[in-house]
Structure formats: C-alpha cells, structure tokens
Ligand binder design. Structure first.
Ligand code: ME8
Length: 636
C-alpha cells in the first residue's frame, strides 16, 4: 500500500436483540485500530459500524421484553453507540437498518433486480432456525438440530421470492480463484471454495408478513418483507449514499469488510452474488477473524453464554483491554478469554516492558537535566545504530502486518523493540554514567536514544493503545496529531521538554497479593537452586536456529512441529508452545535451541532439540537474539 490511499472499512452491523459483548467489542476495536493506523499513514479513511434492526430475532426479543420492535431497536442501538464511545472507539458513520437513507437504497436495489429478472416467486419448504434466521440444508443439520444453536429446527413451507443465486456459482468460484486475497486468512477462502463444491441454492429473500411484519416491504410484493440478511448487507453500500453517490464512487473501490467467522457465508457467498447481479463491483477484501471462547465453550449472545467482559475495561482501562485482545488472538484463529491471561499480559507487557521503560527513561532524562544535544551519527555505537535502523524497518514491518490484519504480529514487532531498549538501558547503565563527569558525552547520547525511541513508540503505538501513546508523546514534548512520516530518527531537538511519566500501566496484584507471593517464591527458588561449574554449562550446545516452517501437531493442543535450520542442516523440533504462538508467529524468525539434547519422541514425532523459552504467570516467551545472527551461531 502507498501513503495517501483511500481506505473504507466496515464492521458487521450488529443485531439489537441484545446489548454488546466482548465479541462485538473485539471487532470494533480492531476496526478502530486499523482506521487509526491508516489515518496515521496519511490515508483518506472512512469507517462504518451500526446496528441490524429488522427480522425475526429482533421481533421475538421485543415480544419477550414486552416492547415494540422499534422500541427495542432504539434502546439497544443507543447502547451500542454509547458502548463504543465509552471504549474510545471512533467511526465516521453509524448506520441503522431502520433509517430511511438505508431503506431507500435497499428498495432501489430490490426494484432493479426484479426488473432485471434476478428475482422470482417460488415455493419453498425447509428446516428453519429462528436464531440464525435461515433455512438449513439436510447436510448441515446435526442430529435434527441447528448446528449453531443446538435447538430443534422448524419445518416451514411457504411461497417466497427468490434471488437467482445459483446461476452465479461458476462465476463466484472463478472470481475467488482470480482474486486470491479476496477472502483472508486463506483458511476461510478454502472453506468457502469447499462449500462451493456442492450446488448453490437460490436464496429466499422474503418473509411473508403473516409470519413477520418487522422488515423492509418488498417493492414488488406487498405481502412480504425483505429477508434480514438481504437488507443488512446493503448497509455497506447505503451508508455511502448508494451507487452513483459521490462518497460511494470514492470509497467503494477500496472497501474492506471486517467480520467474525460466524457470518462468513452471507458475506462470501450471498454478498458477492448480490453485488454482481446489481452491477456493483465486488468488495476488495473480506477479513475474517476467529471467535473468543470462554472456558473452552463458544460465546455468543444467541447461545446465551454472555460475558460481562466489557466490565473489565472499567477495571483495567481501555488501552489494556485493547492491547490484550489484539495481542492475544491470532487474527483468524479462535482464542480463549480469561481474566488471568489478561492480567498476565497487562503485567508482563504493559506494566513491566513498556511501563518500566517509559518510567526509567523519563526519570533518567529529567534527573540529568533534559536532552542536552543531538548526537552525530558517527558517535552511535552498534546497538544505538541498530535501534536507529529499527525505526524504518519497524514502520515497514507494521505496515506489512497491518495490511494482512495481523495485529498480533504488529504488536509483537513493537515489543521486540521495547525489549531491545530495555536491554540497552540495562547494559548502558546510565545511572552509573551520571555519577562520572567524564562519561557525560556518553550519558547524553544514551538519553537522546531513549527520548527519541519514546517519541517513536508514542507514534507507532497510537493505533493500538491511543491513550498511553498520547501520554508517551506528551512526556517527550511531542504535541499535535501524530503522523507516521514523523516516525523517523532524529525528530527530537536539544532541549526538548521531557517530563517524568511513571505508572503508565500499574501492575495488577490479585486480591491475596498472589503476584507478589509468586514472584517471592520464584526468587527464593532461584536463590536455592544448585550451582553448576562453567564447564558443566559449556556442555550444552546452544545454537541460533532459523525457523523454516511451523505447523500444529494434529490432535495436540500444546505442540508445534518446527523445521529449523542451523545453517549447514535442517532438523525437526517439537515445542510445547502452541497455546502461546501460532505457527505464523514463528516462521522466518530466529530462536535459540539446545542442539545436543538426546532426541525424544512426542506424539510420534522425533524432536531433535529444544527451544528455549521463559515463562511467568502463565505467560510464555520464546527467547530470540535481539540482533541478527546467522543460523547455527553458538550461544554461550
Ligand atoms: O451477525 N468472538 O450480528 P451479531 C469474536 N447482524 N467475535 C464475535 C463473537 C465472538 N465470540 N461473537 C460475536 C450479525 N462476534 C449480523 C451481521 S452484517 C451485514 C450483519 C462479533 O450481532 C463478530 O464480528 O450477531 C461477529 O461476526 C459479529 O459479532 C456478529 O454480530
């Protein structure tokens, strides 16, 4: 992508039968971070969210709540809007499917399709799920029940209007084949292509008013209302004013639809066929994320296992919540949500890694009287040069990862730099330099590197943790709206006003002070361990290894099978890290392995070595060299 691009991003248009939960918040957070990233780049961004208010599901919930469908929609749509505001999530437009601007476009498209002969009146009998608002084919039904809701389906026979979707099957397969990045990640593209191996049915796009009143009337059949999916998908177009409107002409060619995997089929099958029939270009990308599970079970409001996860934002702050969900879930895969995992990440990544860096660096700078001078390039030592060069590399890397919606990898990359900077402070020991007048030039250099790095972090962290990033920028005197173009080395001048910033993310100690106890225990254990001689340690053959490929071990929750290169040969290593890393997080990176361990068999695979990793509070991190080293390099 190049700077100045046009970018239009949509979230699903959420149902108003209930209030928002973690899953809705996740998608909306991703959309907010993505829109912020593109704005930072200088792109022309438009983002859309909203509420889906028609259909059986809402009508039935309204009856249960003893209010009209419109009242329920008004009430819950407002809750969605307020929730996004409370979480600090922005959007350029919030559309409701009951708005006139939307109904007008739906009616116009329906009318056009009817005129073109794309819709016909037919008879249909089938197994219907009121929760999903759709008919199920015999093949999809599990034990006579809805595969999603695990509730009995109802046989419904009625006359309905049908969209001739089946005639687009061949076209759709070819279109997906010709646009390999239309549906991402690839697993969902494969899922859709697999589904398209069976004959596609025509789509019933109406509901008789005798059964459902709550919908947009069909312009050519007044005994019917529009099927809720046919109505809702069109919001993406109607929010731009519909085909021909100036906003549509500008933004539609650059549309990304961000959705959860539960609504893959309507988006990847119905929607492209509808667009094709209406003579509208197919969307550019469908970006599909996985599902949050709670305690191993599926979490969705229609299944009933709703989590008050949003309450955690009040307890721990919006930024910590955003960081956790983006860093923890590998985009496209499912993940488990737990408060323990949340607190572990908050403590490790935000309080320790980032918070300590910011607090140490700003305190040292303030104590030394500020930024004295800008060091010349020739003065920088190799670590400092590495840090400087990381700026440009990091921007390219984040851009690449964000292009693929790989939020977790973008964050992992930024945290690599944070790790490097913490190591740099430990090694440079500026507190000692400050005691030695002769070391003043070196101290000034170190403090400049730190201040400049904080300014850089304050820019690149903005899309992910905007409140903390603004504080970091403020602490090094950077004001105004950040731009990615400023994330280059050398932006800070001598005398930049630096202020102390501590407690950016306070460490969370649980009620019984367990975090304290655990670390005290660990320290005690560490002091009590048996000591070994240096030559005993030297018996270990530790090597840098390049991860060539990685895959999950079938039927194992914990194991990944890695092929690593040691420069002169490749070998297989099985590592128990699958709950912490997705294969894609490892491929192409360098790790450290014990190369002379006796081979061991794990799930029938011979492992020729062991990957080094550290762990604390259920959080695991693979050790990686913080500068590039060739595969096979010795570690001692
Ligand atoms: O399907 N994990 O609305 P909806 C992650 N109105 N994301 C989740 C989730 C979970 N456990 N549960 C829900 C609809 N989501 C339709 C959409 S679009 C034209 C019409 C998120 O309120 C995820 O984004 O059921 C999912 O796709 C969406 O909420 C479904 O929201």
């Amino acid at each position: 992508m190049s700077v100045g691009d046009v970018f239009y991003l949509t979230t699903p248009i959420y149902y108003v039968n209930d209030v928002p939960h973690l899953g809705h918040a996740y998608t909306t957070i991703l959309a907010d971070a993505m829109a912020r990233w593109h704005r930072l780049r200088g792109d022309d961004v438009r983002s859309l969210t909203g509420t889906d208010e028609h259909g059986d599901k809402i009508a039935q919930s309204a009856v249960a709540a003893g209010v009209s469908a419109q009242q329920l929609a008004d009430r819950n749509s407002a809750v969605f809007r307020e929730t996004w505001q409370r979480l600090g999530l922005g959007h350029d437009d919030f559309i409701r499917t009951t708005e006139e601007r939307h109904e007008k476009v739906v009616t116009a498209i329906l009318h056009d399709l009817w005129e073109k002969g794309e819709i016909y009146l037919g008879k249909y009998g089938g197994w219907y799920c009121f929760g999903c608002e759709r008919f199920y084919t015999e093949k999809e039904i599990v034990d006579g029940q809805c595969p999603d809701h695990r509730r009995p389906l109802q046989w419904i026979e009625e006359e309905n209007y049908f969209f001739k979707m089946s005639k687009y099957q061949g076209w759709l397969i070819e279109y997906i084949d010709r646009h390999p990045d239309l549906i991402r990640p690839e697993r969902y593209r494969n899922e859709i292509l697999g589904f398209l191996r069976d004959p596609l049915q025509d789509l019933s796009i109406s509901r008789p008013r005798t059964r459902l009143e709550w919908g947009i009337p069909l312009p050519f059949g007044d005994q019917y209302v529009t099927y809720v999916w046919f109505d809702a998908l069109i919001t993406y177009v109607s929010a731009l004013g519909g085909p021909g409107a100036p906003a549509f002409e500008k933004y539609w060619p650059h549309v990304h639809h961000l959705i959860g995997k539960d609504i893959l089929k309507p988006h990847a099958i119905y929607w492209p066929c509808m667009l094709k029939a209406a003579g509208i270009d197919v969307f550019s990308h469908l970006d599909v994320h996985g599902f949050w599970n709670i305690g191993g079970g599926k979490m969705s409001k229609s299944v009933g296992n709703v989590v008050e996860a949003l309450a955690l934002t009040e307890k721990y702050g919006n930024d910590a919540f955003r960081y956790f969900v983006m860093r923890e879930m590998v985009f496209g895969l499912d993940a488990d949500f737990s408060e323990e995992a949340f607190v572990a990440r908050l403590n490790a990544d935000l309080a320790n890694d980032l918070g300590n860096l910011v607090s140490r660096a700003t305190t040292l700078i303030v104590n030394a009287g500020g930024i004295a001078r800008v060091p010349a390039a020739a003065e920088l030592d190799p670590t400092e040069t590495t840090i400087r060069d990381r700026f440009a590399q990091m921007v390219t890397r984040i851009d690449r990862e964000m292009d693929e919606f790989a939020f977790q990898r973008a964050l992992a990359a930024i945290w690599e730099l944070i790790g490097l900077l913490n190591g740099y402070v430990d090694f440079a020991r500026p507190w000692d330099l400050a005691k030695d007048p002769a070391a003043r030039p070196r101290l000034e250099r170190v403090l400049y590197v730190l201040a400049e790095s904080l300014r850089f972090l304050g820019i690149v962290l903005m899309p992910f943790i905007p409140e903390a990033a603004a504080k970091i920028r403020g602490a090094v005197g950077a004001t105004g709206t950040p731009r990615l173009a400023e994330a280059v080395w050398g932006g800070l001048g001598a005398g930049a006003p630096v202020t102390r910033l501590s407690g950016l993310f306070p460490r969370i100690e649980d009620k019984k002070g367990a975090a304290v106890e655990r670390s005290a225990e660990a320290a005690g254990a560490a002091s009590g361990v048996e000591r070994i001689k240096k030559d005993e340690f030297a018996r270990l053959d530790l090597r840098v290894a390049h991860v060539v490929s990685a895959e999950a071990v079938p039927k194992s929750k914990k194991l990944l099978r890695l092929t690593v290169s040691l420069g002169d040969h490749e070998r297989t290593v099985v590592a128990g890290i699958a709950e912490h890393y997705a294969p894609a997080d490892l491929v192409g990176t360098k790790v450290v392995i014990v190369a002379n361990l006796e081979p061991a068999r794990l799930m029938g695979i011979e492992s020729q070595g062991m990957i080094l990793a550290g762990s604390a509070d259920g959080h695991l991190a693979v050790l990686r060299p913080d500068r590039d080293l060739p595969a096979g390099a010795r570690v001692s």
